[in-house]
Design a protein around this ligand. Sequence first.
Ligand code: SF4
Length: 420
Amino acid sequence: MAERRQTRQIQIGDERVGIVKVGGDAPVSVQTMTAGATHDVDACVAEINRLAAAGADVVRVATPERKDTEALAEILNQTRVPIVADVHFHFQRALEAIDAGVHKVRLNPGNITDRDQVNAVIDACKERALPIRVGVNEGSIIERKDKQRRREELGKFFAGHRHGHLLALMIAKLEEYLEIFHDREFFDICISAKSMDAAFTIDAYLEIAKRFDYPLHLGVTHAGTRETGCIRSIAALGSLLSQGVGDTIRISYASDPVFEVEDGLELLYSLGLRERVGADLIACPTCGRIQVDLFTLVQEVRSKLANEIEIPMKVAVMGCVVNGPGEAEGADVAVFAGDRRGIIYVQGERVANVPEPEILDRLLAECRLFQQRVRSGKAKLGEKRVEIVPPDPIGELGSGVAKIASGEVDRVTQLTTGDT
Ligand code: SF4
């Protein structure tokens, strides 16, 4: 991992909802955007609150019509996370959103181009100390002809580059647009430069990072369904973040934006750019050795842990006793399944051996208990007191249903206590 690039810093929010700093020494933040209509106040508030609960640091809403900006005051009143107004084509929507109290505005240089209109938005933001995101994207620059000269100059600079033509256009557009802000002495700016192409996105942000010291909002736009969109976003954002570029991110695809938040956070946790909140679930990739319905079990464990566990404990769900113990090394709570049963360990100490229908409840009970013990100082995260010794696959779990049915395999049913 490269060191984070030094940038200016902007602040989004206020005393009531809290302030999210972006750029400088601030941690990388996660943003998303609501999918429903902003003018449907109740639904919009519910969606924003759901996104905030999932961990979104900032939420953006679309404001295409007057009725959307009219709804903002009430939406802001009922939510507790910084809100950004996404504005295209109509600069009046930006002014209305600012009047309503939004915490930031996003302008697209591809569709609000009139200098006086941009100046009006800059002045309104300046008066209230609000930042502006200048969000250029590939789709809104490629038809423009007006930057022919600069494009030709930059085109020469990027000659031979695989994305030279588009990069030249994008940077010319940004330079031109930022000049308006600089003439107004406005520097509370964040930049984004999105494309649907992950490789182009990487190139574009790296070039922009060399030229401007504003914080960068990373994203791949129109990335597709969750399946493809997540991979495209992670490919581009993971590469940029590992090179120290990027100050706030939005993973985007056509699905519930709660997933965008969860995936964005997981990317930051995986790169060590944010301290994990909640459990870290390790699950085996599965193979022909599984003898329980591991897919269902893992999904159930994941959703229950998300609701019940607030400390960053490691929980492992492994499909067998052959490789599972080795692969779950270091987990605080682990289950190794086999022969329709599961053996549960807490920090290396075996605490239960239960049939498959009881695995979920018992594992969660152990996780809750472990959380309590950590909170009361009786246990420490990541402290592995006893080596996990793999249970004998022949004797206990690998011996077949007949052995279990005959009662030869003991069940440990007593919960561990705070003293263990
Ligand atoms: S833990 Fe067992 S079932 Fe899971 S992938 Fe490893 S060997 Fe296969």
